[in-house]
Design a protein around this ligand. Structure first.
Ligand code: PHE
Length: 447
């Protein structure tokens, strides 16, 4: 165990780091294509409801647990369970969080690699003058080459390892402080562009005009999974980040801020991408390639598109990086505190294992593109579905259950600064609504 546990520099730093973790490929890459695959507004509605009713209590619960435990997620859960005279088996929640974070990072890094590749393509002015077909070809060519994917996956992993190895602060705080506002400006520029493509109204309609027919059990499950994924909850991360938090930070208002940023980024990404999809007669159900075959088209047409394209993919890469760092952190915190490897050794070891799993994920796009037997999914899809749709909600369910039912209710209320009606509302959310919500969605999705 390290003698001294690090702490965030300030509340702002924590907000930026947590927002940096939350805002990432999940918002810009995954959210729009999931909306597209699920047919639009029904998915968006369930997603927003899940964020508010389930995501928020789970996020607060994980921070609270992390801050109380003051250690890596596994020891935090073991310590808190012991204090309350409960079974040591609660430590499994920490174990599961750490593992899920690592598994997500394996495929996340592959997509982070795509962002790096596209940064290079944009810089080489490869999109200039390209049409929809040309742009799809660039994407397909990248996917067909295991070598290319391996190089960019390795680069992305190496960058994550280099940052995490330097410790909690080592540059991350400065980086997010600079990058997050810049990302916001760029999203705004693209949003304004999207408004003038003439198909903005269609995109609004697509995302917000509710059509209940598109709502199936599977859609609901996917939307809840995405709500967990986008908030980075259920993967030990917010617990790990909470362990570096001081008592003075107000968890509820901080959660509201982080969630607001995260939601705005996701909705904006959708409103940028769908107008381009409609304007160019592309398919909304394109899947994981969606942003990689739509945005380059916009960059090809707009004046100054090459510069904006480079900036966009650089920032997408950085947004991915501020999330991948967080995905690595729980495993590293655990290994660092519980072994003699030291911070650097712990980071390199975790990074290397995750990198290997990532190779299996990237081969899903070429050599191993045939679906696995039984599950009928590629390795990439299996890792994604298993973690996002099942493990994250399950871990979140137990985290909020622990805070709601195992911890002392009065103490929790005091820690959150809640009284009267708000205290009752919190208890209702943490004890009943969030756990039942996760349960209900599971039942709906699995039947
Ligand atoms: N929330 C991040 C994103 O939306 C990804 C992530 C998922 C990070 C799960 C941590 C845990 O890109």
């Amino acid at each position: 165990m390290t003698a001294q546990h690090a702490q965030w520099g300030s509340r702002l730093t924590f907000i930026l780091a947590a927002t940096g973790s939350a805002v990432g490929l999940g918002n810009i890459w995954k959210f729009p294509y999931m909306v597209g695959e699920s047919g639009g507004a029904g998915f968006v509605l369930v997603y927003l409801v899940c964020i508010a009713l389930i995501g928020m209590p789970v996020l607060v619960a994980e921070w609270l647990l992390g801050r109380r435990g003051g250690r890596n997620p596994i020891d935090t859960m073991a310590k808190l369970a012991r204090e309350r005279g409960r079974s040591r088996a609660w430590a499994l929640l920490g174990v599961s969080g750490v593992l899920v974070g690592a598994v997500i990072l394996s495929f996340y890094s592959v997509i982070g690699g795509w962002s790096l590749y596209y940064t290079g393509q944009a810089a080489g002015a490869q999109f200039a003058g390209a049409d929809a077909e040309g742009v799809s070809e660039i994407f397909d060519r990248m996917l067909a080459s295991p070598g290319t994917l391996l190089v960019v996956h390795t680069l992305f992993m190496a960058a994550s390892v280099a940052i995490v190895a330097r410790g909690l602060k080592g540059g991350i705080e400065m980086a997010v402080r600079l990058l997050m506002p810049t990302l916001a400006v760029l999203i705004l520029v693209l949003l304004i562009y999207a408004m003038f493509t003439g198909h903005f109204g269609a995109a609004l309609h697509y995302m917000f005009a509710l059509d209940l027919d598109s709502l199936t059990g599977g859609t609901v499950l996917a939307a809840m999974g995405q709500a967990f994924f986008t908030l980075s909850v259920g993967a030990g991360i917010m617990m790990a980040y909470g362990s570096y938090l001081g008592q003075e930070t107000d968890l509820l208002s901080t959660a509201r801020t982080v969630i607001a940023f995260d939601t705005v980024f996701a909705l904006a990404a959708g409103l940028i991408i769908f107008p381009i999809v409609f304007a160019n007669g592309l398919e909304t159900s394109e899947g994981p390639g969606l942003i990689f075959v739509t945005l380059p088209l916009a960059f090809a047409e707009m004046s100054g598109g090459t510069v904006i394209g480079v900036l966009f993919f650089v920032l997408l890469s950085f947004a991915a990086l501020t999330s991948s760092i967080s995905l690595l952190e729980p495993a590293v915190e655990f290994l660092d505190e519980r072994s003699r490897l030291g911070r650097v050794g712990a980071t390199v070891l975790s990074g290397a294992l995750i990198w290997v799993l990532g190779i299996a994920a990237l081969l899903s796009f070429n050599l191993w593109s045939a679906p696995l037997p039984v599950v009928d999914l590629t390795v990439f899809d299996l890792l994604d579905v298993m973690t996002s749709q099942y493990m994250l909600p399950l871990n979140g369910f137990f985290a909020v259950l622990f805070v709601g039912w195992v911890l002392d209710r009065e103490q929790v209320r005091r820690e959150l600064g809640l009284e009267g009606v708000r205290a009752t509302l919190w208890s209702l959310a943490a004890r009943v609504i969030a756990p039942l919500g996760v349960g209900a969605v599971f039942v709906a999705g699995l039947t």
